[in-house]
Design a protein around this ligand. Structure first.
Ligand SMILES: NC(=O)c1ccc[n+]([C@@H]2O[C@H](COP(=O)([O-])OP(=O)(O)OC[C@H]3O[C@@H](n4cnc5c(N)ncnc54)[C@H](OP(=O)(O)O)[C@@H]3O)[C@@H](O)[C@H]2O)c1
Length: 255
């Protein structure tokens, strides 16, 4: 159980339209202690499943737009959340980019392109840092709070043995550094908040779809399995673990 000492929980899932984020919304809705669940989408076009869920749970699930590359949208969504609930207990950021119509992960240096690299950093690294900036006032309160961001083991510099995927790797490494640094500031300014980065394991979502060939079936998790594993990890995380990077099985990952 997440934050067992809190009887009434307000939670937020950022990047809740697909894959791991949408599944977090589904599983958090099953926790009856969660009174209010905010969930964000970038565009209503890709948010049909999430918006349908909010129609089924109009009292508990509230959807708001956030494109993490637009700081004003982060500010505006948090202003709306604070007006409804001044305190949040759980925030899970599931936003991430590996590929889209315009860009694919780079296999070789000759494929590097500064606009594409910048896009990885804006979505995968700077977005989560701006979330940490704007979340501080809502996570800072007398009860414990938790801010988890989905990172990726591929962002581990120590674990990088096969190379490739320059922008994605580097942006996840930068994400880890941003949030490790934020955890140190939070320790001073909001000591009851625990910040962690999570590696979900290879999960069957749109993000991994083009790259699943060669992944043994037992190593390709369903979103349901991934999220229940990550909720298990988050349930066992302690405040002194703030700033750490955990794998889906609870193991600490090297930087
Ligand atoms: N799947 C895996 O095997 C795997 C492995 C390791 C790490 N991860 C990480 O896990 C996290 C979730 O990935 P996933 O597999 O669930 O991918 P996914 O199904 O592609 O979902 C990605 C989510 O990020 C959102 N997003 C993208 N750009 C955004 C932006 N600028 N602002 C706000 N939201 C934005 C997407 O929203 P839209 O619907 O609007 O596009 C979508 O909700 C990511 O951080 C990913 O790097 C995944």
């Amino acid at each position: 159980m997440l934050l067992p000492s809190v009887s009434t929980v307000n939670a937020l899932v950022v990047g809740a339209t697909q894959g791991i984020g949408l599944e977090f919304v589904k599983q958090l809705l099953q926790d009856s202690r969660i009174e209010t669940l905010f969930a964000t989408y970038r565009s209503a076009e890709t948010a049909t499943d999430l918006l349908a869920l909010s129609n089924q749970h109009p009292q508990r699930l509230h959807c708001l737009p956030i494109d993490v590359t637009e700081e004003a949208q982060i500010e505006s969504a948090l202003a709306q959340i604070t007006a409804a609930k001044p305190n949040l207990h759980i925030v899970v950021n599931c936003v991430g980019l590996l590929h889209n119509e315009q860009q694919q992960p780079e296999k070789a240096l000759r494929q590097l392109n500064s606009d594409n690299l910048l896009n990885y950093f804006r979505i995968n690294s700077i977005g989560p840092a701006l979330l940490a900036k704007h979340l501080l006032p809502v996570l800072k309160h007398p009860e414990p709070s938790l801010f988890a961001t989905i990172s990726a083991k591929i962002g581990s510099i120590g674990d990088n043995r096969i190379g490739g995927w320059y922008g994605y790797r580097a942006s996840k490494a930068a994400l880890n550094m941003f949030l490790k640094t934020a955890s140190i500031e939070y320790r001073r300014r909001s000591p009851k908040t625990t910040i962690v980065m999570l590696h979900p394991g290879t999960t069957d979502t749109g993000l991994s779809k083009p790259f699943q060939r060669g992944v043994p079936p037992e190593k390709l998790f369903s979103p349901e399995r991934t999220v229940s594993q990550l909720i298990g990890v988050l349930a066992s995380v302690k405040n002194e673990d703030s700033g750490e990077f955990f794998s889906w099985d609870g193991a600490r990952l090297p930087w």
